[in-house]
Design a binder for this molecule. Structure first.
Ligand code: 13P
Ligand code: SF4
Length: 298
């Protein structure tokens, strides 16, 4: 399967991008693995004709918005992000109508239609830096993740109008599970994703994007680290830090959509050039503004 993917990749002049939560064998087949911000950045630097995006739909959509002249393929188009689908463009327009003059900000885990309604978007890797650019008296709507929004409110001492979206995968982590992991691995720092609930974030030592977790693991002197996020990231953490030990807070913390890409459907995507991700031009133009505004800051 790997040989076929390599051969097809060359004949199609394709590049494979994968998120840190993908299956280990998919990460190994990819040219680049990263978090949402790193993948969005990398998508602007590709000179291949085809980008095969292994991850969830909004990530492939972001790559397509940034590369209208390239072919962006997603191996399984049903790989959605439930959080991204918790707000529609129409719902955001209604919220904006209730708060005329407010700036609208979306987490990159959102549909192109929602991005098109926003002034700027953020990822978990740059949200603090991007949000710090707003003036103290700006009224701000933040969608869809209430947890990332409240995390940044706490860091910057601000109040935003939050949408009650959340990640169903990270919702399975509890403060009790963090306390249990600490008791099982005394002295090991605990890192969690900012999509976790407030009490879980408070119980942890570090609140980091998946890229931030990879950096922390490289730079920390700790020999054992507790990981509070989707278990797919353990592959990369272990591969890059063979001398360190990583313990998941919960080894059943799996995002089913991130696991939909397999070597089989990745090969099929290249073989049959499917499924192409496209965004209507009027939506893409407005969504691109929000993504590029973010990339220009961070
Ligand atoms: P990162 O940008 O931190 O990789 O997060 C993406 C995501 O979907 C987390 O659930
Ligand atoms: Fe969406 Fe959560 Fe899966 Fe990330 S882990 S893609 S936020 S459902």
């Amino acid at each position: 399967m790997n040989e076929e993917i390599e051969r097809l990749k060359k004949s199609r002049n394709a590049v494979i991008l994968a998120h840190n939560y993908c299956r280990a064998e998919v990460q190994d087949a990819a040219d680049f693995t990263g978090d949402s911000l790193e993948l969005a950045r990398r998508a602007t630097q590709v000179d291949a004709d085809v980008i095969v995006f292994c991850g969830v739909y909004f990530m492939a959509e972001t790559a397509a918005i940034l590369n209208p002249e390239k072919t962006v393929l997603i191996p399984d188009p049903t790989a959605g992000c439930p959080m991204a689908d918790m707000i529609t463009g129409e719902q955001l327009r209604e919220l904006k109508a209730k708060h005329p003059g407010a700036k609208a900000v979306c987490y990159v885990n959102s549909t192109a239609e929602v991005k098109a309604e926003c002034d700027i978007c953020v990822t978990s890797g740059n949200a603090e830096r991007v949000m710090a650019k707003f003036a103290p008296d700006d009224e701000i709507i933040f969608v869809p993740d209430q947890h990332l929004g409240s995390h940044i409110m706490g860091l910057l001492g601000r109040k935003y109008i939050l949408w009650p979206g959340y990640c169903p995968t990270h919702a399975a982590l509890t403060a009790k599970s963090i306390a249990d992991a600490r008791a099982a691995h005394p002295g090991a720092p605990v890192m969690v994703h900012p999509e976790c609930a407030h009490d879980v974030r408070d119980a942890a030592d570090e609140r980091l994007s998946t890229g931030g977790m990879c950096k922390f693991a490289r730079e920390s002197s700790a020999k054992e680290i507790v990981v509070g996020t989707e278990v797919g990231i353990l592959h990369r953490l272990r591969q890059e830090n063979p001398e360190k030990t990583f313990y998941p807070v919960n080894d059943r913390l799996v995002c089913p959509n991130m696991k939909k890409t397999t070597l089989e459907n990745l090969a099929e995507a290249l073989r049959e050039m499917k499924t192409r991700v496209t965004v209507p031009e009027d939506i893409a133009t407005r969504a691109r503004r929000a993504i590029e505004a973010m990339l220009a800051i961070a």
